[in-house]
Each structure stands twice: as structure tokens, then as C-alpha cells.
Design a binder for this molecule. Structure first.
Ligand SMILES: C[S@@+](CC[C@H](N)C(=O)[O-])C[C@H]1O[C@@H](n2cnc3c(N)ncnc32)[C@H](O)[C@@H]1O
Length: 418
């Protein structure tokens, strides 16, 4: 067993990521693309964790706990560097091989705001890395022997006012995975080497019946396009548990944390699937946690939960989108492009994973979206719309509604002060 492993399964996990660092990445590819995702997109961190109130000039210390080959760390460090923001991104992992790939990716990008630490999350205190304004822990907690203890440890390493971006597996969208995992553990026991176990998985996949739930499940493609690392991680991982949103909220609660936002917030709103007014009235009587659980039950396709979390009762005040000095900013897709995606009847087809839901927008959103450039204030937008015959009162109304919808789709956010 490796020094940091707490039991045989944990030793198997350490061996897995040494043999098949995850995700499978070639550092040379950094010259031609940047992976963008959640959690840890800089604009999301600024908005959802810090409520668009933390000055961009304020140095930010980041921990990427279980960074793997570095997708999240490379994205965030690149975004921070491009925006010329003072920051240090500390990448922690216990896989030497994964860290060496993450490091090579950072070197290809000439990032000098990132450093790499080999060590275990279980021994975070002893590593004396200090406190962090933001901690990313993506796809890690659900593999650990004691996720609650690990999350509590991470929480102790947050600065006052700091927050985290987390991702854990969710059960319903992973239907079929655990059946295969059970079968493979019998056919390829943990006592075998990672290479032997992978070979067995490949053989099983070759003749997997068409009726197997895994085959019917299009919510993820790791086993099809993720190479050896993807197949191993999905089907042979020695420890992997999935959390319903109710389980996940309980895990957060135990660590003194609560969500600032689930990603995307609208995804956890069951009214999207329940137009019936009687059912909507009933939903309105339920606490948001139960509503989120209903959305997960009804959609059935959530394979992960992504959340930005802060300390309970942190008193995070949401920014006011109607403040004339507020600066709206597109998360990633330019406003003009998003406006083009609107259908003639003013619907925005929005992909919640594999499910595309038409979201109604005010027709005027088509004209407002292309004006959002991350520089113009709401006051300036009001003035421009006035020249087009939309008076201030009408603009206020339309903007409030548009922002509310697009914020909950994580498409339009507000910029932090300089
Ligand atoms: C599924 S990968 C996720 C990688 C990355 N966060 C991502 O989302 O692409 C899980 C990572 O957690 C690391 N890990 C697992 N247990 C750990 C521990 N106790 N301490 C540090 N890293 C650990 C593994 O080595 C592996 O690189």
C-alpha cells in the first residue's frame, strides 16, 4: 500500500491514477485548445462565489485538490493569466504521473502562476499550504474513503469569505455504470494489476448486450472516447459513490457549507418540466431543496452535481442587476451568438446535458444581448435602448426578466469591480 492510502480500495485508487492518469491528455494539445467547463471558470468563481464584489486586483490563492492531469487548474490559471490577475494556483494530487502531465501542460502554456504539490488530501494539514480564497475539488470526493472528513478538511483551509467549486457524481444519469462496476469487480478483482483489469473491461465491452443500461445511457462518453483512463475511471474505479442532490446537500451541511449556486441553477427548477398550474402551485409550497430533488427525479439525466459552495450563513449578498453601475458579462458565448440561437418565437433552446429545454425569453433580449460586452454598464444599456424607443421603465422590466433567466442558465453574469 502507498504511504497515503487508508485501505486496500484507496491503494487501488492510487495505483489506478498512477497507471492511467485522468483525464487522458497530451500536453502538446495546449497549443491549440483550452478546455472550458465548470466548476472553476473564472467568471463563475467571481460571480457565484464572490458575488461580483471581490476586486479583480486582489490577489487570489487557489487550491485545486486532486487536480489530476489538470483540466480545471489549467483553465483557471490561463484565465487568470490572460486577465493579468495576481494569483497563485496550487495543484495538489498524490499521483506523480498525473502531476507530471499537468505540469507539462502548464509549461506548454508558459504559465507562471501555478505550482504543483505531490501529496494526499488526507494529509493537507501537514503540507502547510496555508489558506485559500477558492478551492476546486472536482470529481474527487466521491472516490475518497471519507468524503465528509475530506470536505471538512478543505473547509478549514478556506480564508474568511472564501468558497469552493465542487463536482460529485449523481446516480440517475449514471444508470448502468454501477451494474457494470459490480460485474467487473467479480471478473477482474482488485487484486489484479490495473493492466489486467483494463483488459477484462475491454473484453466485456466488446460483447455487452444491447439491453445493458450502460449502452442505453448517452449522458457521458468516457468509456467510448476517454481512452484507457476514461474506461478505467468509469467502470473499474475501486471506490465510486454517487450522490442524489439530497445526499450532496447533507454532505455540504456536515462540513458547514451550503451552495451559493448549483450549476446550472435552472436545471434544479422542476417548474421547467411542470407547466400544469396546479402542480406549480404545489411546488411553490415546497422548500427549494425538495424542488431540486424533484427536478433531479424528473429529469433523470443528471450524471454529476456541480456546485459553488460557501460557508453556511456567510451572508453573501447577491449583486443587483438593476444597479446602473453593474456591468453584465457573458460567461463564454458572446451575446450576439446567443441572440442568434433564439427561435422566432423567442425561445432559447438550452441543453441541460442531453436534454434540450426551450426557455422563453422576452423578445427584446434579442436586441440587448449583442450589447453586452463586459464593459458597458446597465446604465449605458438603458441609454442605448432609449435611442431605440424602449423607455427606461420598460427597459428595467425587460432587463430584470432577461437577466433573471439568463443568470439561472449561467449565461449572463455580472463583472467584479477592478
Ligand atoms: C477523477 S480524477 C479528477 C481529476 C481532476 N480534478 C479533473 O476533474 O479532471 C481524481 C484525482 O484525485 C486524485 N486523488 C484521489 N485521492 C487522492 C488523495 N487522497 N489525495 C490527493 N489526490 C487524490 C487522483 O490521483 C486523481 O488524479
Amino acid at each position: 500500500m502507498t504511504a497515503s492510502a487508508t485501505d486496500d480500495r484507496d491503494a487501488g485508487l492510487a495505483a489506478q491514477y498512477e497507471a492511467y492518469p485522468y483525464p487522458e491528455r497530451n500536453p502538446q494539445d495546449e497549443t491549440r485548445r483550452l478546455f472550458i467547463g465548470s466548476p472553476s471558470h473564472l467568471r463563475e468563481v467571481d460571480y457565484w462565489v464572490f458575488g461580483a464584489q471581490r476586486p479583480r486586483s486582489k490577489p487570489m490563492r487557489v487550491l485545486v485538490a486532486g487536480c489530476g492531469t489538470g483540466d480545471g487548474a489549467i483553465m483557471l490559471a490561463t484565465q487568470l493569466a490572460r486577465a493579468d490577475r495576481p494569483a497563485e494556483v496550487v495543484c495538489l494530487d498524490r499521483s506523480t504521473k498525473a502531476l507530471s502531465i499537468a505540469q507539462a501542460r502548464a509549461e506548454t502554456r508558459k504559465l507562471d502562476n501555478i505550482r504543483f504539490v505531490e501529496g494526499s488530501l488526507n494529509e493537507l494539514d501537514a503540507l502547510e499550504l496555508g489558506l485559500f480564497d477558492y478551492i476546486d475539488c472536482c470529481g474527487v470526493l466521491h472516490h475518497l474513503p471519507n468524503p465528509a472528513a475530506a470536505l471538512q478538511t478543505l473547509e478549514r483551509h478556506l480564508t474568511p469569505g472564501g468558497g469552493m467549486g465542487l463536482m460529485v457524481y449523481a446516480p440517475f444519469g449514471r444508470t448502468g455504470v454501477y451494474m457494470l462496476q459490480d460485474a467487473l469487480e467479480k471478473l477482474a478483482p482488485l487484486t489484479q494489476s490495473p493492466e489486467e483489469r483494463l483488459d477484462v473491461a475491454r473484453r466485456v465491452m466488446r460483447t455487452l448486450p444491447a439491453t445493458a443500461w450502460l449502452r442505453q445511457n448517452g449522458n457521458f462518453g468516457d468509456h467510448l472516447s476517454g481512452g484507457d483512463a476514461g474506461l478505467y475511471d468509469l467502470l473499474l474505479n475501486p471506490r465510486d459513490r454517487a450522490y442524489t442532490i439530497t445526499d450532496f446537500l447533507a454532505l455540504l451541511d456536515q462540513a458547514g457549507l451550503e451552495p451559493a449556486a448549483l450549476m446550472e441553477p435552472a436545471r434544479y427548477d422542476p417548474t421547467l418540466f411542470l407547466p400544469d398550474p396546479r402542480l406549480r402551485a404545489r411546488l411553490a409550497t415546497l422548500p427549494w431543496q425538495e424542488q431540486a430533488a424533484i427536478a433531479e427525479d424528473l429529469a433523470g439525466n443528471m450524471a454529476t452535481h456541480v456546485a459553488y459552495v460557501v460557508r453556511k450563513h456567510a451572508g453573501l449578498t447577491k449583486p443587483d442587476p438593476l444597479d446602473p453601475n453593474a456591468v453584465p458579462i457573458m460567461r463564454e458565448i458572446p451575446g450576439a451568438e446567443l441572440a442568434k440561437q433564439m427561435t422566432p418565437d423567442n425561445m432559447l433552446p438550452f441543453p441541460f446535458g442531453t436534454l434540450v429545454v426551450p426557455i422563453p425569453l422576452p423578445p427584446q433580449a434579442r436586441g440587448i444581448l449583442p450589447l453586452i460586452d463586459g464593459e458597458r454598464t446597465v446604465g449605458e444599456l438603458t441609454a442605448i435602448l432609449a435611442t431605440r424607443g424602449v423607455n427606461a421603465e420598460k427597459f428595467r422590466h425587460v432587463w430584470q426578466e432577461s437577466f433573471h433567466i439568463l443568470e439561472r442558465l449561467n449565461r449572463v453574469l455580472l463583472r467584479s469591480p477592478a
